[in-house]
Write a protein that binds this ligand. Sequence first.
Ligand code: ATP
Ligand code: MG
Length: 548
Amino acid sequence: MAEINNFIKTIMQNDLDSGKVDKIATRFPPEPNAYLHIGHARAIITNFELAKAFNGTTNLRFDDTNPAKEDKEFVDGIIEDLAWLGYKPTNVFYGSDYFDATYEKAILLIKKGLAYVDDLSQEEMSKYRGTLTEPGKNSPCRDRSIEENLKLFEEMKNGKYPDGAKTLRAKIDMAHPNINMRDPAMYRILHINHHRQGTKWCIYPMYDFAHPLQDSFEGITHSLCSLEYDNHRILYDWFIEKCEMKHIPHQYEFGRLNITNTIMSKRYLRALVDAKKVSGYDDPRMPTLCGLRRRGFTADSIRNFILATGLSRVNSTVESDALDEELRNDLKLKALRPNAIINPLKVIIDNYPEGQVEYMDCPNNQENEELGSRKISFSKEVYIEREDFIEEKPNKKWKRLALGVEVRLMHAYFITATSVEKDELGNITCVHATYDPETKSGTGFDARKPNGNIHYVDAKTAIPAEFRLFEPLMVPDTEENKDLDFMEKLNPNSIEIKKGFVEESLKNTQPLEHFQFIRNGYYVTDKDSTDKELVFNRTCGLKSSFKM
Ligand code: ATP
Ligand code: MG
């Protein structure tokens, strides 16, 4: 695996060299309000790999300070995804574990005259906040006495007031050029059951107040986050200083990862699930880590993809093909390469003895002998890909089967197509052929060159299989659709189901087993697979430049 190298690593090295810190401690702080997506993988890998590079520590901390949208299901999903990516957090913490300590720090700020209880409503507060070009206005409650603030805040905590009736705010500067510094909210009232705290609290700290304190309580040295928190850093430092935190963490921002044609916001992913546009968070079309896993991407392919995209202080957009390429690199030599027929056409070999079966030697991976070999059966009826046959050979470039044309069935015999059967609509229902017993694979026959080499599955032993082929969930942006809601930009052809066959050796395949189906692409066994009908997801094609 590639080594992590970026500007934050340089900062960490300098901080260690200068003695500013004596160890590196990072954290990954997801909000458990949805499953993780591939954008999060950048944050995860950055935090864990950087700490690892310096023998440091990385906590997983659930940012569960907003009980309205959070759920245990997402907590469990996030833990599973992290383990799958290969990361074991030094500790697993919850922001809510610090509610008592955070409350104490709020009291400290009130006592120092640096926080006050405000009666303004949300809308009034935003009106008073001013704009980028105009200063804000002080709230009429700003000059309440410390005693009154202490009493009101305690009453807020004790449940005396309904949601939204009062807010605890930091007292900083309503004319500050950075709007985040214009008396930001620290606590709001929410009478909601918390997934870990139950009804103990009806006031909840805001992210900007809670987050720096949590980092400090945990001894985090480098608090990494994406670029949108850039202009919150000044507030982060203000809370650390004014709350007299013993340990001083520092925030560093990096660019977000975007992928072409891919929605990467939890809010949208949740909307797709809620509207049943996909089968769930793990639908193989989703850019969630559980969806990508089910689609057949490996943890290594995702890690290598993230590391290859690098890290900088600007947001970046990467082509989705780049992830496919990492998957191919990862599995090329590792995956077995069995035969599967996605779009079957039956071939009857008229001169092959009825009832006879032969077993042909077949390497499991032509490029990696270590994976050994197996026997595949051959008999009178076989399936080939419909695309591998045409009645009349159109030109010299056609290197597949046609009437009067001879091809090799891989690892078996040369066959020549002789006639076709059709249904009343004119569709070909089966092809008749003859084989030449002299041409058996492995015998060194070289008197003639076949017009191509196509794969097959023996009809006698074939196992029925469903293949799920995917396209992007969203259609590409165009001039016409650029103003449409994302729900109206869903690709109606994002899933295609094919019914075909796979060879016998796949009989006992289990979910998440990866394969390269010969000439067809990379596939993975789906969790819907049963003994009666196997189900495979296409992860990606063999190569963008691949031509048969
Ligand atoms: P979204 O914007 O998708 O709703 P979020 O940022 O609200 O995600 P959090 O649970 O708060 O989700 O994210 C945890 C961490 O992951 C944060 O530090 C955030 O900066 C980081 N992160 C989220 N999306 C990306 C992305 N696309 N690229 C890089 N880092 C990301
Ligand atoms: Mg967030």
